[in-house]
Design a protein around this ligand. Structure first.
Ligand SMILES: O=C(O)C(=O)C[C@]1(C(=O)O)C=C[C@@H](O)C=C1
Length: 365
């Protein structure tokens, strides 16, 4: 055995021994999760037991990142623990998560980032169906886009919160990297059309003008569908993300063509449970108000008085006849906290229609 082979053997023996310990510990953790499930079932009485606990998951992931000393990066260890919790939760109860499909969309990527790969992700053809599937109990949770850093709010998602009585149970952010994709039979010099969702064309506008000014842009229901078409047609290209590349066996002609390098999308997790406080939470509400002088002041003043920071405010027409508006507001804190409760009761007293969409842990990963 050479000196190098000897050194490798020593290190690999160490790795084998560490793996054995990790293995034992993983199964010990899984056994604890199974017991947790039994306890949840015992104490839930007649109600359906709630297995997924976003507030606890957020605390676990945060602690993992805080105590991390490397050499693994904080996000990487958190990602590993994300998957460990995902398998433990699947042992307690397999989760079905509806997302805006088809397979290969950024929303699916978001679902897997948030729930880990042990959750079963179920593609829906429209956003309405994601809401409906969760409301009907056919899926435990849903994942929907809410805003993009380049293009702003996903207004259709906002409108659906008014129609459906669901809770927001979580949020996450995903970096959105778009690639220009072709199949192996397409000559890069002979591209005649590019498929993408309207939103993605908008996020890559300057790059497309500079590089493909005379090629047809075909707007399509999703990037994943565009990728599927580009995998079948000679002369077609698609704009889509990493998941679509593997799924439709496409070639990346140009990487990261988004105009803003920090292009990212925020997604919300829909469910029907009230999530407990994690210690670092956000709350979302919808308010409906008529257009009269000082209305915005009435809505916002209680936040100022009780020292609550807003993280987002968005206005939409309420579609109720006349000039009524819907205000979608995100702010810091949890509905169980006294200051937040004061804001909510002041708003209710000021005769605006108020709908609490949910309190949930701030995105960790
Ligand atoms: O602490 C719990 O309630 C658990 O069910 C355990 C656990 C975990 O693996 O840590 C699993 C699923 C929950 O979503 C949160 C945490």
């Amino acid at each position: 055995m050479t000196e190098q082979e000897q050194a490798l053997k020593v290190l690999r023996d160490q790795i084998d021994s560490i793996d054995k310990q990790i293995h034992v510990l993983l199964n010990q953790r899984a056994t604890c999760a199974q017991r947790v499930a039994e306890v949840k079932q015992q104490y839930q009485g007649n109600e359906i037991a709630v297995f997924y606990r976003p507030e606890r998951e957020a605390q676990v992931l945060k602690r993992v990142m805080e105590r991390n000393k490397g050499p693994l990066a904080d996000k990487e260890v958190a990602r590993l623990f994300r998957e460990i919790m995902s398998v433990c939760l699947a042992l307690e109860k397999p989760m079905r998560v509806a997302f805006l499909g088809p397979e290969g969309t950024f929303t699916q990527q978001a679902a897997l980032k948030h729930f880990g790969h042990s959750a079963q992700s179920a593609p829906m053809t429209t956003l309405d169906l994601v809401f409906r599937e969760v409301e009907a109990g056919a899926a435990h949770y849903g994942v929907v886009p809410i805003e993009n850093s380049t293009e702003g709010m996903a207004t259709h998602t906002l409108d659906l919160f008014k129609r459906f009585n669901l809770r927001i149970c979580g949020e996450l952010e995903l970096k959105i990297h778009h690639h220009l994709l072709i199949n192996d039979n397409t000559d890069p010099e002979l591209i005649t059309r590019i498929y993408a969702h309207q939103e993605s064309f908008a996020q890559c506008r300057s790059w497309l003008e500079a590089n493909y000014p005379r090629v047809d842009h075909v707007a399509i229901s999703s990037n994943a569908e565009g990728a599927r078409l580009a995998s079948l047609e000679v002369g077609a290209a698609a704009i889509a993300g990493d998941m679509a590349v593997d799924l439709y066996r496409l070639r990346i002609l140009e990487r990261n063509i988004e105009d803003q390098s920090d292009n990212s999308t925020r997604f919300l997790i829909l469910g029907d449970q009230d999530v407990g406080p994690s210690g670092d939470d956000k709350t979302s509400i919808l308010m409906c108000a008529h257009d009269k002088p000082g209305v915005l002041y009435t809505l916002l003043e209680p936040f100022h008085r009780h020292g609550i920071s807003l993280t987002r405010i968005e206005t939409r027409p309420a579609h109720q006849g006349g000039w009524s508006y819907l205000f979608y507001i995100d702010f810091e804190g949890h509905a169980d906290e006294p200051q937040v409760q004061k804001v909510l009761s002041d708003l209710e007293a000021s005769s605006v229609e108020l709908k609490l969409l949910g309190s949930y842990p701030k995105a960790v990963l």
